[in-house]
Ligand binder design. Structure first.
Ligand code: SAM
Length: 229
């Protein structure tokens, strides 16, 4: 477990949702909704794991969408940071959602059984783990045969112009963010620019996942990778 990442999220847990909405002009909500939509598969009753759930937004979006679609889903939402999970629990209780179970868990060594989940989601985890290969192995271990994963992430845009735009915009984020927590917003912008989505896709391919797809989301800073075990 990375102590630096753990400490960053403990320090910003209370402002995480608000700052995310502000810095993305609210588009982060749309990205999570698109992720949640992918989690609605053909089955009517199934198990979902949301890894690095943070303040629980993706898990909550899935629960809402599944209810609308009249699907019975059992959602487990894990994160290694109890400060983020405390907020997730508050949000879940406030909305009276009963099919999300929140618990501590490390994406590098999940305390989940083999071949157990029909769907695994994660939002903005990939940049934060010590080793994405280890996470890909865990993904393969816990998914059922033909289970689906949906990975929402952020990384360096592949378009030169957008790249330049984000370099400038990120300096504004670093400046504003430093009023709250300099280290957290330095890490956010650095880790996004350092993350290579195609490398991740190749790791998943090497691990034997099938039907791999990558969808670049509006503004190309965010993406969703989906695949099947
Ligand atoms: C950027 S936040 C994303 C939270 C949430 N998924 C969302 O959509 O807002 C990243 C989260 O990953 C968690 N995290 C980072 N490394 C982790 C690990 N190895 N195991 C579990 N959670 C981890 C952090 O605690 C934090 O809550």
């Amino acid at each position: 477990m990375s102590k630096k990442i753990f400490d960053i999220f403990s320090s910003i847990a209370g402002v995480y949702d608000v700052m995310g909405h502000l810095f993305s002009f609210g588009i982060d909500g749309l990205w999570r909704e698109m992720t949640a939509k992918e989690a609605l598969i053909e089955k009517n009753s199934y198990k979902i794991l949301d890894v690095a759930t943070g303040t629980g937004s993706i898990a909550i979006d899935i629960a809402k969408k599944a209810k609308k679609a009249k699907k019975q889903v059992e959602i487990t939402a894990v994160d290694f940071n109890e400060d983020m999970l405390r907020i997730a629990e508050e949000k879940i209780n406030k909305r009276k959602i009963s099919n999300i179970c929140v618990k501590i868990g490390d994406a590098m060594k999940l305390d989940e059984p083999d071949c157990y989940y029909d769907v695994v989601t994660t939002g903005f985890l990939l940049r934060n783990v010590d080793d994405t290969k280890v996470f890909a192995e865990e993904l393969k271990r816990i998914l059922k045969k033909t289970g689906k994963f949906i990975l929402l992430g952020m990384g360096k845009p592949q378009n030169k112009l957008l790249n330049m735009f984000f370099k400038i915009y990120f300096s504004i984020i670093r400046l504003t963010g430093s009023l709250i927590d300099r280290r957290a917003y330095m890490w956010l912008t650095y880790s996004i620019m350092a993350f290579d989505r195609n490398k991740m896709l190749n790791i998943l391919k090497d691990k034997g996942f099938k039907d791999l797809k990558i969808k670049n989301l509006p503004f190309h800073i965010a993406f969703i990778i989906t695949g099947i075990k």
